[in-house]
Each structure stands twice: as C-alpha cells, then as structure tokens.
Design a protein around this ligand. Structure first.
Ligand code: FES
Length: 170
C-alpha cells in the first residue's frame, strides 16, 4: 500500500528522498537517516517511519523499534525548547523528582507532552553523565546543575522572555 503525501509535505519528502539516497548504502544508515529526517520534519511521525521502511527495505517494526528506543527521536511534534530532567540514580537521590514536579507545575504539562504554545517539550531522561552536578536538567543544549525547585521559574522565564523578544524583532 502506498503512503499518501499531502502537497504541503511534498518538499519535505523530497528532502527525505535525498537523505535516503545519500545514506542508503552506508553502514549504520538507519540511525543516520532517522536523525537527518528528524531535522527536516522536526519529529518522526508514523508516515515518515513507514516511508523510510518502504524505501530502505527494513521492516516498519524495526524502524519503529529504533525510534522508540533512542530518546533522541520523537514521534510527536516537539516544542522549540526540549527540557530534559535527568532521573538517573544520582539525580534522583538529590531530588530530581522535585525538579520535575516544579517544571510540570510551571508549564502545566506532563512528561512527554508539549505546551500548547509549542514552546516547551518535557522529557525525563536517563543519566547524562554529569552525576557530580546532580540534580541536572538540560534545555536544548544548555545544562543546569545542582538545581533546587526554587530555581525553575526563573530559568524557564528566561526562555519565555527570549522567545517573546525573538518574536518582536522578527
Ligand atoms: S544521574 Fe543525572 S547525570 Fe547521572
């Protein structure tokens, strides 16, 4: 069965074809193709996974297994900023749950969800290898360490402010 592609998506699927052609023959190509596809689409919806499966000849269950396994991949649209609260052992012992609760409270979304304004996506992550700085949270590429719940509102407010400024100047 063919996959139905809306006209507005055609350009992205054209880019996807180029990605597939470029990496198809390389070793470890599936992860590479998924990474590049996520850059194009912003996430990996079922339609994109099905298309990749069809084009590279890998079963959809395998493609979906890889997408589900790596926290780097998302099957839902993501916000502009992805917040990851580390829930590894060291962070957990130092109060990661309270940090996560403070973030939830502040932006009113649960783990795996994206805020209505598409600004934030919240994830709980495994150890990110900075245990000495626990508890740790990342927002895109920024790392916040030795956090307390009281730090959360001002950290998030900075992103909201930056986003508003960007909107005004563009
Ligand atoms: S447990 Fe959080 S960085 Fe290792």
């Amino acid at each position: 069965m063919g996959i139905r592609i809306e006209k507005t998506e055609a350009e992205n699927f054209h880019k996807l074809d180029q990605i597939i052609n470029r990496y198809k023959a390389q070793e470890g190509m599936l992860i590479r193709i998924l990474q590049k596809s996520q850059e194009v689409f912003g996430y990996l919806p079922p339609k994109v996974q099905a298309y990749i499966s069809q084009e590279v000849g890998i079963p959809i269950s395998t493609v979906n297994g890889v997408v589900s396994f790596y926290s780097l991949f998302s099957q839902e649209p993501r916000g502009k900023y992805t917040i990851r609260v580390c829930m590894g052992t060291a962070c957990y012992v130092k109060g990661a749950q309270e940090i996560l609760d403070a973030v939830k409270e502040e932006i009113q979304i649960g783990v795996g969800e994206t805020s209505m304004d598409k600004l934030f996506t919240l994830n709980a992550s495994r150890c990110i290898g900075a245990c000495g700085l626990a508890p740790v949270m990342t927002i895109n590429d920024d790392v916040y360490e030795r956090l307390s719940p009281a730090d959360i509102p001002s950290i998030l407010y900075d992103y909201i402010k930056t986003h508003k400024k960007a909107k005004v100047t563009h």
